[in-house]
Design a protein around this ligand. Structure first.
Ligand code: PFF
Length: 454
């Protein structure tokens, strides 16, 4: 064990609001805004929301809680926490997988995050004025497949995350999250009010909420399970690392539930900010980058006040991505500072360098005739598929098994007891989910790896 880690007091969150803002900041990201609303609309509206809520409660919250328990018990990074709780075992491999997943997600996520800055500038400078939808689509394709501009914006984005990370956990991540997350909620509410008051908005509200049980396929259920996982940032030690910064006074169960509630609510609000507007202008919705960078600029161009609301939207997307990327960085920073005895700022510099290299390759894999295409998928897609479909589910499954069957029950109860009046409810909940969650995750994993070969 390194000298530094044993003698210096660990940094940590200082308030309950700070914990929730930072962890919800990690959970609320690009996934909430461009994926969730669309899969809801496509898969049967509120019928799908119902399945998603069950997925959140059956696998999302249990794994989130498990990560908090391991982190706070271990009082260390994702690798060492396992070593401390189960010495001389191989469980710390989960932490290692988390570090690998962190680099992979950084690789593609920061590229898209960079796009949000470019689109914020394009919108605020009214650059789409006079364009038709083919021009807007062309603008996006030319930009995303370029060799220089997307990389420059990715680097700018990474440097902005460093500003947040610079002060550490309490004076960096917590301080900024406490400002950025309420800001995000304020912006999303403004966008919802604008969208639902447009003439013809009701078709979008219907697309989102009208229950259609016939659209609920088995694929939809798997989508719900898989998305619950990615959306709560679980399975790779992010919430474990944040858990290690939570004070012993806090009730972990209610904290995990608040974060899941905030994440789900914001995803629903994102849907209400987007689809009523898309339908009001008679545009066909898509998902992913197409929705955000092609469909929405079209919408903002036609909307009165579109420059203002468009700029607000891209700023919202930027904040959502920023607080998520911060949490991914923190997993690796915690590991490097505690295991390699390197100072925080030096660790940040090393990770930044690696992240820039990986994300540049991801971005370049999207250029025409790129040699970074393997088996029909770009490097960018591989980073996404391997992390979301392989590493996160395996990590989540093992984390759940670790807490349910490996950790001493007395340690587990002790962690749950802190700050709680009674743990009867939580214990009953865990008794069920410790079997349900691993089975559900295994199914998601087995179907997810099929997608790799399609
Ligand atoms: N939860 C984020 C989203 O929904 O966009 C993505 C994410 C962030 C996944 C952090 C994993 C992670 F560690």
């Amino acid at each position: 064990m390194s000298q530094k880690a044993t003698t210096t007091k660990r940094d940590g969150f200082s308030s309950r609001f700070g914990i929730i803002a930072a962890a919800a900041g990690s959970a609320v990201g690009l996934g909430n805004i461009w994926k969730f609303p669309y899969i809801v609309g496509e898969n049967g509206g509120s019928a799908f929301i119902f399945i998603y809520l069950i997925s959140i409660l059956a696998i999302g919250v249990p794994v989130l809680l498990a990560e908090f328990i391991i982190g706070r018990r271990g009082q260390a990074n994702a690798v060492r926490s396992f070593k401390k709780i189960a010495p001389n075992s191989k469980w710390s491999a989960i932490g290692w997988m988390g570090i690998v997943a962190a680099f992979m997600i950084l690789g593609f996520y920061t590229v898209i995050a960079g796009y949000t800055i470019h689109y914020f500038i394009l919108t605020i400078t009214n650059s789409f004025a006079g364009m038709n939808s083919a021009d807007i689509s062309q603008t996006f394709n030319t930009f995303a497949t370029g060799t220089t501009l997307p990389i420059i914006y990715t680097i700018i984005f990474i440097f902005l995350t460093l500003v947040v990370l610079f002060g550490g956990v309490k004076d960096g991540i917590e301080k900024y999250s406490k400002i950025l997350m309420p800001g995000l909620v304020g912006i999303i509410l403004l966008l919802v009010i604008r969208a639902v008051t447009l003439p013809g908005a009701s078709a979008g509200i219907e697309f989102l909420f009208k229950p259609d049980f016939s659209a609920l396929s088995m694929d939809a259920v798997l989508d719900a399970l898989g998305h619950a996982f990615f959306s709560l940032s679980v399975g790779m030690g992010t919430m474990l690392t944040y858990g290690s910064y939570i004070s012993k006074k806090e009730n972990l169960t209610s904290t995990a539930l608040s974060i899941a509630a905030a994440d789900t609510l914001i995803a629903l609000l994102a849907g209400l900010a987007i689809f009523p507007a898309v339908f009001a202008f008679g545009i066909d919705p898509t998902s992913g980058p197409g929705l955000v960078f092609i469909t929405l600029p079209n919408v903002f161009l036609q909307m009165s006040g579109g420059t203002f609301f468009g700029a607000l939207f891209f700023f919202l997307l930027f904040i959502a991505a920023l607080t998520s990327v911060v949490s991914i960085f923190e997993v690796i920073i915690a590991y490097i500072t505690e295991e390699l005895n390197v100072g925080r700022h030096k660790a940040m510099a090393l990770i930044t360098l690696a992240a820039i290299v990986i994300s540049s390759f991801c971005s370049l894999s999207q250029t025409p005739n790129s040699s970074l295409i393997f088996n029909g998928h770009t490097l960018f897609d591989w980073m996404d598929l391997l992390s979301a479909n392989v590493l996160l589910p395996i990590g989540g499954l093992l984390i759940m098994l670790f807490v349910a069957f490996i950790m001493k029950p007395s340690d587990l109860e002790d962690e749950l007891q802190q700050g709680a009046k009674s743990i009867k409810g939580t214990m009953a909940y865990l008794t069920v989910t410790k079997f349900v969650a691993p089975v559900a995750i295994a199914i998601v994993f087995l179907t997810g790896i099929q997608a790799l070969f399609n």
